[in-house]
Write a protein that binds this ligand. Structure first.
Ligand SMILES: C[S@@+](CC[C@H](N)C(=O)[O-])C[C@H]1O[C@@H](n2cnc3c(N)ncnc32)[C@H](O)[C@@H]1O
Length: 352
């Protein structure tokens, strides 16, 4: 085990601009992922000052009243844009700022001049705070300070790392209760673990991966215990883990479908072994048929939900699994036999 206490890259940005504190009334279009719109809309509807104007396949349009600092806390949107209107209150509070204008057509140069002369903004395509682009039939100004990385800090990433919004959705589906032990046995750079720490009151948060380089990236991203292991042979006692979240190898960029034919059944049996009674697992994959097949075949697991998402050209599903309640847990069986191992680990001594 290589667990340690680390700086948390996902603390809200201490450098939040002062204008985040100024109350404004305006419209915003918040970008999310296809499949995640309901989660974003639900999260927004719990906030004061939000009225949902329209749902798009990958965005929600809202009217907002209040300081943007409150909206900036929401983890289900990746970027935000304001319709480019003369009376926009958000664009007014930005003050003198930098901007770029995308490929909006013949009026591009006229608009650049208008924004420079009218608003006092400086055209700087490489270091912009406002990015003007066309969305459908309107011009919008994307606000740099409302990007995920600006709001929550930049994370170390691997080529197949989970995107932040995806990690937020997986974390929500996980329904972590205070103090519970959460494990990601395919943790990669640790994105899911960072989100579990930020969005829940989990107790122990544990990440495993068989690749040392992935663990090195995860170590830079947050505060959790890390260990190197094959997900089919986890160093945990039977029935010791409350929640498991993972972005599995899809069999494309990471692993292969052939490899998954061995890995998925072996991992799901191991999952069944380590899950505590009333546990829950949320597994993301694009190798869906294989996951579905084995989630039904492993006797202790019960698939309860499949949420279809989309990210970076892929169309994975998040599968939610629980344990079958009509079956005594393997932990209970072991306890009856007097062989219970109660420590949730990770404990390399229990590695088989
Ligand atoms: C899709 S990536 C995980 C991405 C991760 N959530 C992140 O944000 O970076 C899958 C990870 O599974 C790891 N992996 C593949 N096969 C494994 C196995 N048999 N046991 C443990 N980890 C494995 C890979 O090294 C990779 O880091």
């Amino acid at each position: 085990m290589t667990g340690t206490t680390l700086p948390d890259a996902q603390q809200p940005d201490a450098q939040q601009p002062a204008w985040f504190g100024v109350p404004v009334a305006d419209e915003l279009v918040l970008r999310t992922l296809p499949g995640a719109v309901d989660y974003l809309a639900d999260s927004l509807s719990r906030r004061r000052g939000v009225t949902i104007v329209k749902r798009h396949p990958d965005a929600v349009r809202i009217s907002w009243a209040g300081p943007l600092a409150e909206l900036a806390e929401d983890r289900y949107f990746s970027s935000a844009a304001v319709p480019l209107r003369p009376d926009s209150e958000i664009l007014a509070v930005l003050g003198e700022t930098t901007f770029r204008v995308g490929d909006i057509g013949p009026e591009r140069f006229e608009l650049i001049k208008e924004l420079e002369d009218g608003r006092g903004w400086r055209n700087d395509p490489r270091d912009w705070e406002v990015n003007v682009e066309r969305r459908g039939d309107e011009l919008v100004a994307e606000i740099g300070a409302l990007h995920t990385t600006r709001r929550f800090g930049r994370l170390e990433r691997l080529p197949a790392s989970t995107t932040p919004v995806l990690a937020a959705v997986l974390t929500r589906l996980l329904k972590v209760e205070p103090g519970q032990t959460v494990l990601d046995p395919f943790c990669g750079a640790g994105t899911n673990l960072v989100y579990v720490r930020a969005m829940t009151e989990a107790g122990a948060v544990l990440g495993g991966d068989r690749d040392r380089r992935a663990l090195a990236a995860a170590r830079k991203n947050g505060r959790y215990a890390l260990f190197q292991a094959d997900a089919a042979r986890l160093p945990f006692a039977d029935g010791s883990i409350d929640r498991v979240v993972a972005n599995l190898p899809f069999g494309k960029r990471v692993g292969s479908h052939r490899g998954n034919e061995q890995l998925y059944p072996a991992f799901l049996r191991e999952l069944d072994r380590i899950l505590a009674p009333k546990a829950r697992a949320v597994l993301l994959t694009e190798d869906k048929r294989l996951l579905r097949t084995w989630a039904h075949r492993v006797p202790g697991l019960r698939p309860v939900k499949e949420v279809v998402l989309a990210s970076g050209g892929a169309h994975p599903s998040a599968f939610v699994l629980t344990n079958r309640t009509n079956r005594p847990s393997s932990a209970a069986n072991r306890a009856k036999q007097g062989t219970d191992r109660t420590s949730p680990g990770p404990n390399p001594g229990t590695r088989r």
